[in-house]
Design a binder for this molecule. Structure first.
Ligand code: F6R
Length: 612
């Protein structure tokens, strides 16, 4: 979603801002802008609808904007359509203050009405401009930026990350955060704010994560962080341990393809610190057998692909733990008066660690006394910091909007946790424990070999890319995996697609199958293969074109029915989806490629969804 960058330094700010915004393009946006301050030219603001390149061309790569203090923004429209005026930065009426904002100001309408009564004139339809104008109003009244910011923060409700500069303050960048991420970066060239470390990793690895309610004052030489009562805070520094190349394409045409091929390595990194001498060691997760025995309910809560990981885990965990596991969409869970108490374990899965619905569900669970565990990829993100326990998926930065490597690392990490809990509870035999663990450990190598042999997927994509409706069917873990395969396809290729539990088809959806309809039949789950096959026969009988996925062992049977077959390596059923998902990701990628879609930045989507 929206991206913020800010710089208070010794060099020209505009090139830093443009570069930072370019590194956040993947988050999804529809307009962009920057504001820079110089002694001679005062505040200069340029903003425009469309791609960042349009803005960059407008200001000749930044050369037209002078000054070493500035803020920049990429906007993903919520209040008001994407156009030049609604783009950020927003400027106070007197032209002195420029501001960028991520999040939503819930009480903006009443503040706007009040300011209009005082004669303030608004340019845009945004909630963000209200903050800029309110700031301008208070600044005029009290003459101190800090005092004005304090007054504004006490008045506004909702979520915000703010970057503010003022024409009267030559070297000062002010930042504030509540429920929307903001990180502070320290460098030789000056100091930064950013909503995403990707924006500043080229310049610094030394960062501080702002907490809710905090205000930061940056100059080229210092950063001071205050709480909401202006008490100076002593903040812990973090070191970003991934390299800038991790956020670059490295010869691949798209981030998504690069990230698909990075999966074996990402899984290796997620597994290796957690398996020692044939035993699972979850150093960062502490739960005693006694405590676990007292737990009466387990929820897995997430959105989108992370929710799909939860679906796979439900099947696997119930089988391993012999106790009910409920998977919930975070957006539903938070408003469903959930049955959470001090005997409930609630697990939150999130790549970004910033998804608003997941965050809100986490807070609700904590309020109700539940024990919370977060499975997160982004270190230092809000969900990671607020949960009782956190286990990181070490997938590295994921830039493509459509998740691949984060999904895969979540999947194996959930397998590990399930197995760990089952071992603790004594619900898996020693042999089964070892067999599953060995299957998990073998995954990176199996995936590497598998990826080398999946060339036929691009051929199938070229054969099927012009279908306008596609069904994914499968049973049990294949169904859970189909949900993700279908989502991948629809989000980047814009083809209508649905995933169905095979046995459920004949209860309605089969009426949509007509001669030529493409059905992707998933038959990798051994225990129910024959049942799944009978559903493939059913759709074939209605004229469907079937592209099937199966394991070597079942190839012959599948070939007799399906029109095309992709083979994946076989493994223990618990970890089979980790191998099954690769061709589905590649299929979505190549179909989108054939259709000429913007693969890394699909329309209307954002990488981290920080609004409801
Ligand atoms: C799909 C995708 C989304 C996310 C969802 C949750 O490819 O990426 O469906 O999975 O928005 O995001 P996180 O995991 O960041 O909470």
């Amino acid at each position: 979603m929206c991206g913020i960058i800010g710089f208070a330094g010794r060099d020209e700010a505009a090139p830093f801002l443009l570069d930072g915004l370019a590194r956040m393009e993947y988050r999804g946006y529809d307009s962009a802008g920057i504001a820079v301050r110089s002694e001679t030219l005062g505040l200069q603001v340029n903003k425009t609808k469309g791609r960042l390149q349009v803005l960059s061309d407008l200001i000749h790569g930044g050369a037209d904007m002078k000054g070493n203090l500035g803020i920049g923004h990429t906007r993903w429209a919520t209040h008001g359509e994407p156009n030049d005026i609604n783009a950020h930065p927003h400027v106070s009426e007197d032209g002195k203050i420029a501001l960028v904002h991520n999040g939503i100001i819930e009480n903006y309408a009443e503040i706007k009405e009040q300011l209009m009564k005082y004669g303030v004139k608004f340019q845009s339809e945004t909630d963000s401009e209200v903050v800029a104008q309110l700031l301008g109003y208070h600044y005029k009244e009290c003459g101190s930026m800090l005092e004005a910011v304090g007054r504004v923060l006490r008045r506004i409700e909702g979520a915000y990350a703010l970057g503010i500069i003022c024409a009267d303050y030559p070297n000062t960048l002010i930042a504030a955060r509540k429920d929307s991420p903001l990180v502070l970066g320290y460098s030789e060239k000056g100091n930064f704010i950013a909503s995403d470390v990707t924006a500043i990793i080229k310049h610094t690895r030394d960062v501080v994560y702002m907490d809710d309610g905090e205000i930061a004052i940056l100059t080229p030489d210092s950063i001071d962080v205050f709480d909401d009562e202006m008490n100076l805070q002593s903040k812990e520094h973090s070191v970003i341990d991934w390299d800038v190349s991790a956020a670059e394409k490295g010869g691949y045409p798209h981030f998504m393809l690069k990230e698909i091929y990075e999966q074996p390595e990402a899984i290796r990194k997620t597994l290796s610190p957690r398996i020692r001498e044939g035993k699972l060691v979850l150093d960062d997760f502490h739960m005693s057998k006694e405590y676990l025995q007292e737990i009466s309910r387990i929820f897995i809560v997430a959105c989108g692909s992370s929710y799909h990981v939860g679906m796979v885990s439900k099947y696997n965990w119930e089988r391993m733990l012999r106790r009910p596991v409920e998977v919930c969409l975070a957006s539903e869970f938070r408003y469903s008066d959930p049955l959470v108490d001090d005997k409930t374990l609630v697990i939150f899965i999130s790549q970004s660690g910033e998804t608003l619905d997941t965050m809100a569900a986490l807070r609700e669970s904590k309020r109700l006394g539940g024990r919370t565990l977060a499975i997160v990829n982004v270190v230092g993100s809000s969900i990671a910091r607020e949960a009782d326990d956190v286990l990181y998926t070490w997938a590295g930065p994921e830039i493509a909007v459509a998740t691949t490597k984060a999904y895969s690392t979540q999947l194996v990490l959930m397998d590990l946790i399930g197995l760990y809990l089952a071992d603790l509870l004594g619900t898996v035999s020693k042999e089964e424990y070892q067999t599953i663990l060995q299957a998990v450990e073998a995954l990176p190598e199996q995936m590497e070999a598998e990826l080398k042999g999946l060339e036929n997927v691009s051929y199938f994509a070229s054969r099927y890319f012009n279908h306008d409706s596609i069904f994914f069917i499968g049973r049990n873990l294949d169904y859970a995996m189909g949900l993700e395969g279908s989502l991948k396809l629809k989000e980047i290729s814009y083809i209508h697609s649905e995933a169905y539990a095979s046995g459920e088809l004949k209860h309605g959806t089969i009426s949509l199958i007509e001669p030529g309809t493409l059905v992707v039949a998933l038959g990798t789950y051994g225990p129910l293969f024959d049942k799944a096959m009978s559903n493939v026969v059913e759709v074939k009988a209605r004229g469907a074109e079937v592209l099937a996925l199966t394991v070597e062992e079942q190839l012959e049977k599948m070939q007799k029915v399906a029109d095309s077959v992709v083979v994946v390596p076989g493994t223990h059923p618990v970890v089979q989806p980790s191998l099954g998902i690769l061709p589905l990701q590649l299929f979505a990628y190549y179909v989108a490629l054939q259709r000429g879609c913007d693969i890394d930045k699909p329309r209307n989507l954002a990488k981290s969804v920080t609004v409801e």
